[in-house]
Design a protein around this ligand. Sequence first.
Ligand code: KG4
Ligand code: ZN
Length: 333
Amino acid sequence: MLVLGIESSCDDTAVAILNEQKEVYRSKIFSQAIIHKNFGGVVPEIAARKHLELFPYLIMNVLIESGLNIEEIDLVSVTKEPGLKNSLLVGLMYAKTIASLINKKFITINHLEGHMLSSNINNKCVKYPCLILLISGGHCEIIFAEKIGKYKVISRTMDDSIGELFDKVAKILNLGYPGGPIIEKYAKYGYINKIKVKNRTSKKMRNFSFSGVKTYIIQEINKFKRLKKESIFNICASVQNIAAEIINQKVIKLLILFSSKYNRSNQILISGGVASNSYIKKMVHKNVKALGYKLYFPTKELCTDNAVMIAYTGMKKISNNTYNNLNFDIKKR
Ligand code: KG4
Ligand code: ZN
């Protein structure tokens, strides 16, 4: 089966073709970050217009590079939610039009489920039930996945997501957007003990919280009259370290709780944009390994928004005959 994936939930315009038999994919992503950077965040109308403009080129490109004709596609898989309404609408319209023109099925996918299954693409030994740690720009959740399509959120953030923490700190430091990759890069040159940040979330709490830490760090930044490079590096190292500690604390708590509450599984998957952070992954890996769990994660390019995960999720779900008809529309929020 050949699946065309289309993703446009936020500011990444992404397409991919996944070849099920050969287990290979080709992916194209245009990150609009450079366009939205000047506005200090994503501007929904600009994002939607850019998707409209870019999709024809990206789709053409991915077909040419794959040596395929559009008629050879068996299934069109597109993101339906959550995300920016008009951006989602653009992706959906392209998907519907292509599916209708070539007379093939199309399926709509939840973006978060796409992230949740992204660990399976390069790790063929992922088994269910398992726990999934989803850490992205909009979400920070631990999900109990009984099987593909059957999920229960067992922990979520009560305020900011972990990605927002990175993005907001980077914004205050004038480092650019998205903040996560820049903070990870600068953290390598800094020391975690120069700026002490306490973990303010109670150990008893099952849910995440990042706003207390964010406020504390902003107050610390404001104490500086002039920020030298070394101080910026130290702030980045401290933010990354405290974020990793918070994640780790909840994962351990949930793993212990989980093993007694549900059938014991020895697998945990980590996905979403923040899962591309090596420091966080290393810390989680070390601790879950000590508890007898195996950690699986996607390749770096599949952690952040992409259309391969949308194509893959579509391919997995189509086998349950859960495809949509062309009357499907984006839900108003
Ligand atoms: O999954 P994603 O691409 O989009 C959402 O669905 O939200 O995640 C984007 C988030 C941003 O907040 C970005 O700063 C963060 O992922 N991120 C990182 C890294 N790469 C991206 N955070 C920490 N370290 C990274 N290397
Ligand atoms: Zn995402």
